[in-house]
Design a protein around this ligand. Structure first.
Ligand code: SOE
Length: 383
């Protein structure tokens, strides 16, 4: 079997879960190409060497350019903060390397456009690219898409999507790069709002054609780790974002992304209501999909729970016997498998950079709408 060398850029949370995926994909899926965990790049040499040893990478470097341009590297996997995505992805594509890039694709629409242009030029030379909207590959959500495509809920009227976390609920939770607009692009909106935007569109197979949004920053500064006691970093992104939108096919969407939903840890919830029924999912119970068949006689109808652990369910056959559920990390292994298969087949993996650019446009439109008071209809105060 042909082996392809992988260079991982970044080794924090996303780098660790991607490392797990590259390590496990061969053992469970027998992909047509074998990924070789060639090199990991970070910003600090000692910490990157330690990460390489712990996560299973052959080499470590504090110079991403060096990793990208190695002759024994054919895939570049970008897990670094958003402000580095465009530069690394474009350099890698120009060097003829296939690119998997974490979401959101970029920090701005302009960067995402440049990345799409580079991806298109590279595609003509057989070089593949993909953006990591990984939740698409959670089996219950892949099943939901299959059921929508099969017409099980009919024409979709409404989408209700929320991504709720609470890791910033404590006002003294430390400052991180994710709270710095220059590094992260936006806050909850881009980090987790991007996921539900992509997912809603992917599940119903339709695009948003406009949005109306509001954003808020509830805690304006936070303790700066490593700085003298009392030093605080300014939060320059949204803590929460809400928006509504219309899909081109006529469905309505309601979206909510927040890091302040006390008690909600990683509650990615999505519900679809259609002419023939409804589907509902919550990542906190990720092996379950709820389905209501509105064509059944009303007396016996109601939401029923599908436990998505059968071999007939997407991706599941490669793992455990029925009932032995999967976790957060498994979708990343599915993503690595699908990426490798597309490279082997000479086809374009999905979601493409074009999908990432479209989501970037939605995020920018939400911010523009939120900033534009003239599009905000005020309610007369009580007299
Ligand atoms: C942090 O909010 C985060 O790690 C996101 O960046 C990921 O994309 C999501 O999978 C989990 O939450």
């Amino acid at each position: 079997m042909q082996a392809l060398g992988v260079a991982l850029i970044g080794h924090a949370f996303m780098g660790r879960v991607h490392s797990h995926a590259w390590r496990s994909v061969g053992a469970f899926f027998e992909p047509s190409l074998e990924p070789r965990m060639t090199i990991v790049a970070g910003t600090d040499r000692a910490r990157t060497e330690e990460a390489a040893a712990r996560l299973g990478w052959q080499h470590a470097t504090d110079n991403w350019q060096q990793a990208v341009h190695r002759d024994d590297v054919q895939i570049v996997d970008i897990c670094s903060p958003g402000d580095s995505h465009a530069e690394i992805a474009i350099a890698a594509l120009e060097a003829g390397k296939h690119v998997l890039c974490e979401k959101p694709l970029a920090n701005t629409v302009a960067e995402a456009e440049a990345m799409v242009a580079a991806a298109r030029r590279a595609r003509e030379r057989g070089v593949r690219s993909m953006v990591g909207f990984t939740y698409r590959r959670t089996p219950a959500l892949s099943l939901a898409r299959r059921m929508v495509a099969e017409g099980r809920i009919g024409r979709v009227y409404q989408v209700r999507a929320a991504y709720l976390q609470d890791w910033l609920h404590d006002p003294d939770a430390p400052f991180t790069w994710r709270l710095d607009r220059a590094r992260a692009g936006s806050g909850a909106l881009g980090d987790i709002g991007s996921h539900i935007t992509d997912l809603a569109e992917h599940l119903i197979g339709d695009r948003l054609d406009g949005v109306s949004g509001q954003t808020a920053t509830f805690v304006e500064s936070r303790p700066l780790p490593g700085a003298p006691e009392g030093t605080r970093g300014e939060v320059t992104v949204d803590d929460a974002a809400v928006f509504t939108g219309r899909f081109t096919g006529g469905a309505l969407g309601v979206f909510e992304a927040t890091r302040f939903a006390a008690g909600r840890k990683n509650a990615l919830r999505i519900e679809l209501n259609g002419t023939a029924g409804s589907l509902a999912f919550d990542f906190e119970s990720m092996n379950e999909l709820w389905f209501h068949d509105a064509t059944e006689p009303a007396a016996g109808a109601g939401f029923r729970r599908i436990v998505v652990t059968e071999p007939e369910h997407p991706y599941v056959a490669a793992w455990w016997p029925p009932g032995h559920g999967l976790g957060y990390e498994h979708a990343f292994t599915h993503q690595a498998r699908d990426f490798l298969e597309a490279v082997a087949a000479g086809t374009d993996p999905e979601p493409a950079f074009e999908d990432g650019l479209h989501v970037q446009r939605v995020l920018a439109a939400v911010e523009e709408s939120a900033a534009n008071e003239s599009r905000y209809t005020r309610i007369e105060p009580d007299t």
